[in-house]
Design a protein around this ligand. Structure first.
Ligand SMILES: [Zn+2]
Length: 241
């Protein structure tokens, strides 16, 4: 089975929100951009404003982790809080419970299965190399997921992501030569998208990268590397209630 996706964009007011139905699954992935501001735990917006903004893009009680650039996965049981828990991927079978990850260059991946198992993963280069995607998919399968579809959000592109040889080598050893690239200036670079795609393909997860613009090239996203942005855009996955 191939899982395809469809995207709708609201036109009622300026917005960079993307809602992506993961076809074949009862789940929607929502991407916010810089226009929506920082919706993460580090946001300086007043609580009521922040909460209203979150609810306008994905209704329900949002859950997220204290991201640590590792491979920790938390499987959330019904009613369980994840307040203060560390990890880079959140898995749940709870319908109508949005799970969120935040970034400003790192890859954000939303995953869902036909059985209603959903996950949100934060996959920067350290987490990718530590196997966060493999651990996420294993946790989803332990919850009953069979066919899994995924959506990759915006992340930094290789043309903007100069990388040292010593950091590139272990990623190339793990995911193959497609992760090695060059910047616009010809310097060694990491192709983070290629690494994510390679990791998920090896796990038989079908993934759409249609929305995976470069966060550094496109000002509609937050980028730490290009602009020292302290804000974070988000990816939220919700299973249908
Ligand atoms: Zn770029």
């Amino acid at each position: 089975m191939t899982i395809s996706t469809s995207t709708t964009t609201s036109t009622s007011r300026p917005s960079s929100v993307r809602r992506i139905a993961v076809a074949g699954t009862p789940a929607t992935v929502v991407l916010s951009g810089a226009l929506e501001g920082d919706l993460g735990p580090g946001s300086t917006s007043p609580t009521e404003v922040l909460e209203a903004q979150r609810q306008s893009i994905a209704p329900g009680t949002w859950r997220w982790l204290s991201q640590s650039h590792g491979n920790g996965v938390v499987v959330l049981s019904p009613g369980e809080s994840c307040l203060g828990r560390q990890g880079d991927a959140l898995v749940t079978t709870m319908p109508g419970a949005p799970v969120a990850v935040f970034a400003a260059d790192c890859a954000l991946v939303g995953l869902a299965s036909a059985e209603g198992v959903v996950a949100a993963a934060h996959a920067g280069w350290r987490s990718l190399g530590a196997g966060v995607l493999e651990a996420t998919v294993a946790a989803m399968r332990s919850q009953g997921a069979t066919q899994i579809g995924a959506v990759l959000g915006a992340c930094i592109g290789p043309e903007c992501y100069e990388f040292s040889e010593s950091d590139l080598e272990p990623l190339e050893a793990r995911y193959g030569p497609s992760v090695r690239s060059r910047t616009t200036a010809g310097r060694p670079a990491l192709d983070l998208r290629a690494g994510v795609l390679r990791a998920l393909e090896a796990l038989s997860v079908s993934i759409s990268a249609d929305e995976a613009q470069c966060t550094a090239c496109h000002p509609g996203w937050f980028s730490w590397r290009a602009r020292n942005d302290v804000g974070r855009h988000c990816l939220v996955v919700t299973g249908r209630p």
